[in-house]
Design a protein around this ligand. Structure first.
Ligand code: FAD
Length: 471
């Protein structure tokens, strides 16, 4: 069989690389998966603290295709809504979608472990831990890896870079073609903080929610873990992290901004965490093309790292695997056709989700506090209920469907225009009714009354539309 004669090299055994290996092996190719770290499954020290991710439709479909959906979801926790924590300690849920729609909190290491174990079980995949890609040549397919004590050289028919935001494969592509590249750090960083289980061993907050403490310029979020803990993440400007230099400053900050979280975390955890850890940066990467000749491809964060606010980085990387698999199905073993088709079908959508992820930070930390945002959500939900096939809210398209990300943005713009017109029409109708009522009461001329009421209504409607647009 032709597939058996082709050798594929996957660089990076993270979430996307290990899943991609499973997909490609199913097509019959011989796959070598290289990961620079040692095998964390054998290392008990990395299993201490849980770090979790939100898995949604696109990721789930990819797992389904390699037969792992059930295994992964069994150890995940459904989150049906955001739970907003106000400053006064009150909480209110904002559902993610319709009843029955949810995203899943899954353990990052657990998921990576399941994917690596699945890859290992395939006879045509060999995993090489402790191998760091040093260089690769997109014309010959030659690769060089370094290990603790040696250098390994191999040649491949296809090299797939799944080596994350600071991809070595991408770097080598840059030198060989007209490669567009843009990297952007945002001014905010993140730091994880662990909420312990309650005294009874259960969760200390409502379990099936993604908890958010939105404070306009910054926020704290928390996702549940199976062991009863929550993994919290603070997203704040670096300047603000830098001000938290003493135990007193840390406790005062938490008391002033996240008082209910402070009670659950305890002063010691908050102080120890913030004073001992360093806030980490968040980067967005847009580039193109994603391939070079018939030899090299980048997917996952290597192609489109994004800030984590739409919970789509991994999901989008998993969807890359589906798209690559579909193209391999369509074009067979002709990588000369598969790879350019991947770039053509993916760049616009990947750029779209990178943008949406940046936008969603404002929604999470700020807009969820605003009345117009909530009104817009209610309107969207009502219209979605009335016209389920025609009116799908942006969040639903991104999270609960495989609608191309770029189309989700176009549809949202179209919805904004329709809503704007509907609101104008409603304002005119209300103004006519009000003017007629005023005429009847005051016996003034209809035209004059209409003019007065119209200008008032138009002013109100324009403010409302503006508010909705911002939401
Ligand atoms: P990575 O996970 O970065 O894996 C790359 C792998 O390549 C690593 O194992 C690395 O060791 C290896 N590697 C690197 N260089 C080399 C080399 N030279 N040679 C060999 N191996 C190499 N996404 C979601 O979908 N939902 C979420 O809720 C979510 N939350 C997030 C929260 C935070 C705080 C952050 C920072 C990200 C979040 N993401 C989320 C994004 C998600 O983590 C990434 O999109 C995902 O990990 C990308 O997977 P990847 O395999 O492409 O890259």
């Amino acid at each position: 069989m032709e597939a058996e004669r082709k050798n594929v090299c996957i660089v990076g055994g993270g979430l996307v690389g290990s899943l991609c290996a499973c997909f490609i092996a199913k097509r019959g190719y011989k796959v070598d998966l290289f990961e620079m770290r040692q095998d964390f499954r054998a290392d008990a020290t990395v299993h201490g603290r849980s770090i979790n991710l939100a898995l949604s439709h696109r990721g789930l479909e990819a797992l389904e295709r390699v037969g792992l959906r059930e295994k992964v979801t069994k150890s995940g926790i459904p989150m049906h809504a955001r739970m907003i924590h106000s400053l006064d300690g009150k909480t209110r849920p904002i559902p993610y979608g319709r009843t029955g729609q949810f995203i899943m909190s899954v353990d990052r290491m657990g998921l990576n472990g399941v994917l690596l174990t699945e890859a290992e079980s395939q006879p045509n995949i060999t995993i090489h831990f402790g191998h760091k890609l040093v260089s690769c040549d997109p014309t010959t397919g030659e690769t060089v890896f370094s290990t603790d004590d040696s250098t390994v050289k191999r040649t491949y028919d296809l090299i797939v870079g799944c080596d994350g935001a600071f991809s070595a494969v991408r770097k080598s592509m840059m030198r060989h073609c007209r490669f567009d590249y843009e990297q952007r750090y945002i001014e905010h960083g993140y730091m994880e903080i662990a909420f312990p289980p309650s005294e009874s061993g259960g969760h200390c907050m409502a379990t099936n929610y993604l908890h958010i403490w939105p404070r306009n310029q910054f926020m704290l979020i928390a996702l549940p873990n199976l062991d009863g803990s929550f993994t919290g993440t603070m997203f704040m400007p670096f300047e603000l992290f830098d001000q938290l230099k003493s135990p007193e400053a840390v406790v005062k900050f938490y008391r002033d901004t996240f008082p209910d979280a402070l009670e659950l975390l305890g002063e010691k955890t908050v102080v120890d965490t913030i004073l001992s850890l360093k806030a980490l940066p968040l980067v967005s990467i847009r580039c193109q093309p994603y391939h070079l000749n018939d030899k090299m491809l980048i997917i996952g964060d290597a192609a489109h790292a994004m800030v984590p606010f739409y919970g789509q980085g991994m999901n989008c990387g998993f969807e890359d695997c589906i798209i690559l698999d579909d193209l391999m199905q369509q074009f067979g073993h002709d990588f000369g056709k598969v790879l350019p088709a991947f770039t053509n079908s993916r760049v616009e959508d990947a750029h779209a989700i990178v943008d949406l992820a940046l936008y969603n930070y404002i929604e999470m930390r700020q807009s969820v506090n605003s009345v117009t945002f909530l009104l817009r959500k209610k309107l969207d939900n009502a219209l979605n209920w009335l016209l389920p096939n025609h009116w799908v809210p942006l969040y639903t398209m991104v999270t609960f469907s495989r609608t191309p990300y770029s189309r989700a943005i176009t549809d949202r713009r179209w919805q904004d225009r329709v809503l704007g017109r509907l609101l104008c029409a409603a304002a005119v109708a209300a103004s006519v009714c009000a003017a007629c009522a005023a005429c009847a009461v005051h016996r003034v001329g209809v035209t004059r009354a209409l003019r007065t009421h119209w200008s008032q209504m138009a002013f109100r409607a324009s403010r409302m539309i503006e508010g909705l647009r911002k939401a």
